[in-house]
Design a protein around this ligand. Structure first.
Ligand SMILES: Cc1ncc(COP(=O)(O)O)c(C=O)c1O
Length: 369
């Protein structure tokens, strides 16, 4: 029940276990890849954007987006209200950009008002980076409002939606997003090892109009342009991961996945609050992950080990200053099953008893919802 990699459905594992082909030589594979892209585009609300399924963890997508679009000297707004938002600064600077950091509270979502003054004071900003769902803190940022505002200001947006796609509403076209980054192993519940990159025409134009060459090969998204017409991929595709991803996307498209995520998110938060636990976030709480303050008298490492060894449950901890202070429940993708939550909450009741934390009613309060 951690915030990714999440549980993988059997039909996804079965899809991965089918025989492959030679993806470089077989024309049918190019059609299949195109089909997966078009299903993915449906999931993220775009008609014509260019989506690429890259072999590599989601960090590859974050780095590739920066390496392909940022030129030395470009001013880049780095919107941060958490670990991943702040982390973009490193990529911006690695590729010669000048990061203009705008930081807001980690306990709530970023708003247009948080960035307006900085944008207006820096009319030469060309790009902006932001995170849709800050997985470590369980906050979902207002991607639609912010990207529409950035678009009006002629600023290209790079959005890390790794832990949101499939669990939060994403409308690539109407939200005016320029580069959307997803990972296979969070709400999509596909095997880890793929990053999904979607480019608007403006993002492609920025790559084509560069004065300096893109540094790197694996992170050079321009290498992918025209792959279908050329019947050529920059490197050999991970067949079985793509087969698994396709089935995982089919699983999500069959239901109202965002509503399902929202339903479990609300339930998890209620159960935490009924049991006297404080959430880390105050507003804009995520559909996909809940970050909970650890009671003062509970040692996180002992708690984690107890749940794993006694109940075979993995929950998430946190990073940096929040290490040992926050634990996280991933209500993402195929984790979202009634039985999984019953097992989790029963285990929390046992843990409360084991660590003498007083009476608790995790399981019963969940079942009453
Ligand atoms: C918001 C966000 N971005 C990027 C990543 C990086 O993903 P990966 O570990 O698959 O490279 C994560 C992983 O937790 C994430 O939560």
């Amino acid at each position: 029940m951690s915030p990714g990699p999440t549980e993988i459905e059997d039909n996804v594992l079965e899809a991965m276990a089918t025989k492959g082909t030679n993806p470089d030589l077989d024309p049918a594979f190019y059609e299949r890849y195109k089909g997966v892209v078009s299903k993915y585009n449906q999931l993220i609300g775009t008609q014509n954007a260019t989506s690429l399924l890259l072999a590599g963890e989601a960090i590859l997508g974050l780095e590739a987006a920066c390496s392909s679009t940022i030129e030395p000297g470009d001013k880049v707004l780095c919107i941060s209200n958490g670990f991943f938002g702040a982390g973009f600064k490193g990529f911006i600077e690695m590729y010669g950009g000048i990061a203009v950091l705008v930081e807001s509270s980690w306990h709530r979502g970023v708003t247009v008002e948080d960035i307006r003054a900085t944008v207006e004071a820096n009319p030469d900003i060309k790009l902006a980076t932001m995170v849709h769902c800050e997985t470590p803190t369980g906050i979902t940022n207002q991607v639609a409002a912010i990207c529409q505002y950035l678009h009006e200001k002629n600023i290209l947006s790079i959005v890390d939606s790794v832990s949101a796609i499939g669990g939060e509403k994403v409308s690539f076209d109407s939200d005016k997003i320029d580069i959307l980054l997803g990972g296979s192993q969070k709400c999509l519940s596909a095997p880890s090892g793929m990053t999904l990159v979607t480019l608007s025409d403006r993002a492609i134009a920025k790559m084509k109009q560069r004065k300096s060459p893109i540094v790197g090969y694996y992170t050079n998204l321009a290498n992918w342009l025209g792959w279908y017409d050329r019947k050529w991929f920059p490197y050999t595709q991970s067949l079985q991961n793509i087969y698994g991803l396709e089935q995982a996307i089919d699983n999500l498209l069959k239901k109202d996945a965002v509503a399902e995520h929202s339903e479990y998110a609300v339930k998890v938060r209620k159960v935490m609050e009924v049991n006297g636990l404080k959430l880390y976030g105050q507003t804009e709480l995520s559909n996909t992950v809940t970050a909970v303050m650890i009671p003062n008298n509970l040692d996180y490492d002992l708690f984690f080990t107890y749940l794993l060894e006694e109940h075979k449950i993995l929950i998430g901890g946190c990073l940096g200053d929040l290490k040992g202070k926050v634990f996280r429940i991933g209500h993402m993708g195929a984790n979202n099953k009634q039985d999984n939550f019953v097992i989790l909450f029963k285990a929390l009741d046992h843990a409360w008893n084991h660590f003498n934390l007083g009476t608790s009613c995790f399981e019963s309060s969940f079942k009453e919802l």
